[in-house]
Design a protein around this ligand. Structure first.
Ligand SMILES: NC(=O)c1ccc[n+]([C@@H]2O[C@H](COP(=O)([O-])OP(=O)(O)OC[C@H]3O[C@@H](n4cnc5c(N)ncnc54)[C@H](OP(=O)(O)O)[C@@H]3O)[C@@H](O)[C@H]2O)c1
Length: 286
C-alpha cells in the first residue's frame, strides 16, 4: 500500500513496505539519525553500508549499555585483557561503532522497517557495483539513495599524504560513478551529503572540500539520468553526533559558528526530502 499522504501534502516520495532505500554510511552518525527519523514517515527496507563488520556476526560480550567511548574504555581497563593504550583506544572505537550500528538497526526496526547491513569499503568500485546488482536482483528495485559516507583526516595541505587524501576524497567520490552507471531511471530520489566546506573552504580540509565540490557538481549529471529528485545538501556542522568531535565543537563555538541541533536538523532534512525541489541546498544553524 502506498503511504497515505495527508490532504494537501505535495511530497512526491511514495514508499511502500517493499520499497528499498540504500544508505551509504547509514549505520552511524548524522546519516543514521536522519534515516531513523525518515523511517517514521516511510517504513520500508533500508540497506545500510559501512566498512565496519556487522556487529550481529561478531562474537562479542554485550557492551550496548555503555553509551560513550569513555565508558567503553573504562570497562576495557577494568577487564584488563588489553593493556596498551593504543589497543584500548582501537578496541573502544570499534565497540562504539558496533553499538551505534546495532542501535540504528534496532531503531529502524522499531519504526516498522526491515534492515540489511553490508560491510564494504565504498572506495572499492567493484564491491559497490556487485551490491547494487544484488539489490536489483533480490528486490527488483532501488527507490532511493542517500550517500552520507565520509571521513575527515584534517591537516594543512603540505602535511597531507597522498594516501590520506585518497581516503577522504575517494570515500565520497568513488560511489558516484557507480550510482550514475547502475541506478535505474525510476529511482525516486538521490541525496548526497556534502558540506559547507565545499562552499566556503575550511582550514586543513583541501581533500574534504574538493570531494564535496565533486558531489555538488555530480548531482547535475545524475539529474539527467533519473526521473526522481537529486539533491546535494551542503550541511553546516552538527551538534552532539557525527564527525564533529567535542574539540571541533568548541572551536566552532569559539568562531561563532552555530551548530545544527539534532531535532531541528532532522525535521529540516525530512521536509527537504519531501518537498524541496532545488538541486543544491545549504543548511546551517542560525
Ligand atoms: N557531522 C557534521 O557536522 C557534518 C557536517 C557537514 C557534512 N557532513 C557530511 O555528512 C555525512 C555524515 O557525517 P557524520 O558526521 O555522520 O559522519 P560519521 O559519524 O563519521 O559517519 C560516517 C559514516 O561513513 C562510513 N564510512 C566512512 N568511510 C567509509 C568507506 N570508505 N566505506 C564505507 N563507509 C564509510 C562510516 O562507517 P564505517 O566507519 O563503518 O566505515 C560511517 O557510517 C558525511 O558525508 C559528512 O561529510 C557532516
Amino acid at each position: 500500500m502506498p503511504k497515505q499522504l495527508p490532504a494537501g501534502d505535495t511530497s512526491r516520495i511514495a514508499l511502500q513496505e517493499d520499497s528499498v532505500v540504500l544508505v551509504l554510511g547509514g549505520a552511524q552518525g548524522i546519516t543514521a539519525e536522519l534515516m531513523v527519523r525518515f523511517s517514521k514517515d516511510y517504513p520500508c527496507h533500508y540497506v545500510l553500508v559501512g566498512r565496519s563488520q556487522d556487529p550481529r556476526t561478531q562474537d562479542l560480550p554485550n557492551y550496548t549499555a555503555l553509551k560513550t567511548k569513555e565508558d567503553i574504555k573504562q570497562q576495557l581497563i577494568r577487564e584488563g585483557e588489553i593493556t596498551t593504550p593504543a589497543a584500548i583506544e582501537k578496541r573502544a572505537s570499534d565497540i562504539h561503532k558496533f553499538n551505534q550500528i546495532l542501535q540504528t538497526i534496532r531503531a529502524l526496526e522499531e519504526n516498522g522497517s526491515t534492515v540489511s547491513y553490508y560491510s564494504l569499503d565504498l572506495r572499492d568500485e567493484a564491491a559497490l557495483h556487485t551490491l547494487i546488482s544484488t539489490l536489483y536482483e533480490t528486490h527488483g528495485r532501488i527507490d532511493g539513495v542517500v550517500h552520507g559516507a565520509g571521513l575527515l583526516e584534517d591537516k594543512l595541505f603540505r602535511q597531507k599524504t597522498a594516501d590520506s587524501f585518497e581516503r577522504v576524497f575517494s570515500t565520497k567520490v568513488t560511489p558516484l560513478r557507480i550510482l550514475v552507471e547502475k541506478l535505474q531511471a525510476d529511482t525516486q530520489f538521490v541525496v548526497l551529503f556534502s558540506s559547507v566546506a565545499s562552499v566556503y573552504g575550511n582550514r586543513g580540509q583541501t581533500d574534504y572540500a574538493a570531494a564535496n565540490s565533486v558531489l555538488d557538481r555530480y548531482a547535475w549529471e545524475l539529474k539527467n539520468l533519473i526521473k526522481g529528485k537529486v539533491t546535494t545538501i551542503n550541511w553546516g556542522p552538527w551538534k552532539g553526533t557525527g564527525m564533529v568531535s567535542p574539540t571541533l565543537e568548541k572551536e566552532y563555538e569559539r568562531r561563532g559558528i552555530a551548530l545544527i541541533p539534532l531535532q531541528a536538523g532532522m525535521e529540516t532534512f525530512v521536509n527537504e526530502l519531501k518537498y524541496g525541489n532545488e538541486s543544491q541546498v545549504l543548511i546551517m544553524a542560525e
